[in-house]
Design a protein around this ligand. Structure first.
Ligand SMILES: [Zn+2]
Length: 66
């Protein structure tokens, strides 16, 4: 069975990611679309990918810390 993978924000762990088609990236001559976190505004060319299982494990670890 192939698990579904999704991108998430490495900063705030939000799954609310969208393509960043802002003027900045176009003016910078970027060929690739940047991705942007809609929650904290973090943007990068690539966001890490995870399965739902890996993601929940990561969240648990972070919850333990706080
Ligand atoms: Zn974020």
């Amino acid at each position: 069975m192939k698990e579904k993978r999704f991108q998430f924000c490495p900063k705030c762990l939000s799954k609310d990611i969208s393509n960043d088609l802002s003027v900045d990236s176009i003016a910078g001559g970027q060929v690739f679309n940047k991705h942007k976190c809609n929650k904290c505004g973090y943007n990068a060319l690539l966001f890490p990918e995870m399965t739902e299982k890996e993601y929940s494990e990561l969240k648990e670890k972070i919850d333990e810390k706080s």
